[in-house]
Design a protein around this ligand. Sequence first.
Ligand code: CTP
Ligand code: MG
Length: 232
Amino acid sequence: MNPPRHFALIPAAGVGARMGSGSPKQYVPIAGKPMLLHVLDTFAASPIITHTFVVVSAEDGHIRQMMAGAPHLAERVTIIFNGGATRHGSVLKGLRVLSDHADADDWVLVHDAARPGLTTELIERLTDTLRDDTVGGLLALPMIDTLKRGGDDRRVQATVPRSGLWAAQTPQMFRYRLLRRAMEQVDDVTDESSAIEALGLHPKLVEGSPRNFKVTLPQDVPLAELYLKGLA
Ligand code: CTP
Ligand code: MG
């Protein structure tokens, strides 16, 4: 039997409402390069990754120009013009296209376009740790701050014990058949792990990195630039 391959799937069909920039946030330049291009270059630089699929919205007016400026990615990346109304919908549409390419036991690494701080070392840590895992898993970071639950009046209702709590990152990596089945069965989830958990399974938590944070608000851009310039 052939060893399983590793495919990357990048949902990039969001509008970036919280970023509020002129273009969808995946095209916002960070250290001179669109966020999405940082992500594609990192996956293309990883010898573990066979191919990368990107899901953009059918109306996307930026991706063609971005890819035209990155001819080195032509053989490594496929664009799918069929985003969904939610991240879950976009990933599902990508998974359906992947049925023509991936075998049941191949791995799929789903990664947000809005996490440009991913490195090939983090990809390797994830794939190495999960090599023989029967479920799969995700990059995540243990919580550091003391956690408070706030009420509608913005007053503390409780202190939530932090022990055992992790913040989920991406990539989230599962076998194609399992991930497809899990994602087809849930209505909407904010990450792939939640869909796998709904099957009663327990994805593995693999330590990620602060640099792999999700760029969400305008003030996140300078911090992402520090990481990508190697200054933080
Ligand atoms: N995403 C997607 N399809 C959607 C919504 C989101 O593919 N309908 C993608 C985004 O492009 C991003 C990732 O899912 O790469 C994580 O989503 P998020 O950070 O929430 O991005 P946006 O939804 O674009 O931002 P916002 O929620 O502020 O509008
Ligand atoms: Mg969103």
